[in-house]
Ligand binder design. Structure first.
Ligand code: ADP
Ligand code: MG
Ligand code: MG
Length: 207
C-alpha cells in the first residue's frame, strides 16, 4: 500500500463522512457525561477540513495533514479541537514532505499523533479519554509485522475494545471528570470518535 496525496484526501474525507454520520451519536454520548457537543464540534471541524483539502491534490502528504490539524484547531470548539489538531500536526511532522505514505510509515505516524495528544492533554491510559482507544491501536501497530491491512484491522479492533473499556472507568480528564464516579457506565465520546476515525482509515484502504 502506498497512499498518495489524492488517496490521503479520500481517506480524510472518509473520516469526515463517518464523523458526520455519527454526529448525533457522539453528541448523545457527550450529553451523558459532558456538555452534549462532541458530535457537533467534530462534524463542524471535519466539514471545514473537507473543504480546505479538496484542492490540495498537488500538495505533499505532510502539508495536507498539517492543514487538517490547523483547521481542526481553529474550527473545533472544546477540548477535542486542540487535541485532534495537535495529533494531525504531529502526524504531519512525522510524514514530512513525502508524497506517498506506506503501511510501514503508519506506526510511526500514528504514534506521533498519540504522543501529541498526550503532550497537549497530559492524559494517560485509564483516564477515560481519546488515549484509551488510540494507544491500544498504536501498540498493535508497533508490536507486530508486517505492517499491512490485516494488522491495521487488529489495531482498529483494539481501539474498539478500548472504547468498551472506557465504560467501566472513572473520567479523570476533561468535563466528564467533574462527575467522578457517576461517569462510570458511560462510554467516552472522544475515545469513540477516535475509533470511528481509525475505522474510516481501514475502510477507505480496504475498498
Ligand atoms: P468539551 O469537553 O470541551 O466539550 P468535546 O466534547 O469536543 O470537548 O470533547 C470531549 C472529549 O475530549 C472527551 O470525551 C475526551 O475523550 C476528550 N478529552 C478531554 N480532555 C482530554 C485530555 N486531557 N486528553 C485526551 N482527551 C481528552
Ligand atoms: Mg463536549
Ligand atoms: Mg464543549
Amino acid at each position: 500500500m502506498a497512499v498518495d496525496s489524492a488517496q490521503l484526501i479520500k481517506i480524510i474525507n472518509h473520516m469526515a463522512q463517518y464523523i458526520e454520520e455519527n454526529k448525533d451519536f457522539l453528541t448523545e454520548l457527550d450529553a451523558a457525561i459532558g456538555d452534549a457537543d462532541h458530535g457537533i464540534n467534530m462534524a463542524k471541524g471535519f466539514k471545514a477540513v473537507s473543504e480546505k483539502i479538496s484542492s490540495m491534490e498537488d500538495k505533499d502528504c505532510g502539508t495536507i495533514l498539517k492543514t487538517v490539524g490547523m483547521t481542526l484547531v481553529s474550527t473545533v470548539g472544546g477540548a477535542s479541537g486542540p487535541l485532534y489538531g495537535t495529533a494531525f500536526m504531529r502526524a504531519s511532522q512525522a510524514t514530512g514532505t513525502k508524497d506517498k505514505i506506506t503501511f510501514e510509515d503508519l506506526p510511526t505516524i500514528l504514534d506521533a499523533a498519540l504522543e501529541g495528544i498526550k503532550m497537549r492533554g497530559k492524559a494517560q491510559k485509564g483516564e477515560k479519554t481519546i488515549i484509551d482507544s488510540l494507544e491500544p491501536a498504536v501498540k498493535v501497530l508497533k508490536s507486530s509485522s508486517p505492517a499491512d491491512l490485516n494488522l491495521l484491522k487488529k489495531a482498529v479492533d483494539a481501539a474498539k475494545d478500548g472504547v468498551e473499556y472506557t465504560k467501566g472507568i472513572i473520567a479523570k480528564k476533561g468535563r466528564a471528570s467533574y462527575l467522578g464516579e457517576r461517569s462510570i457506565g458511560h462510554q467516552d465520546p472522544g475515545a469513540t470518535s477516535c475509533y470511528i476515525m481509525l475505522k474510516a482509515i481501514y475502510d477507505a484502504l480496504e475498498n
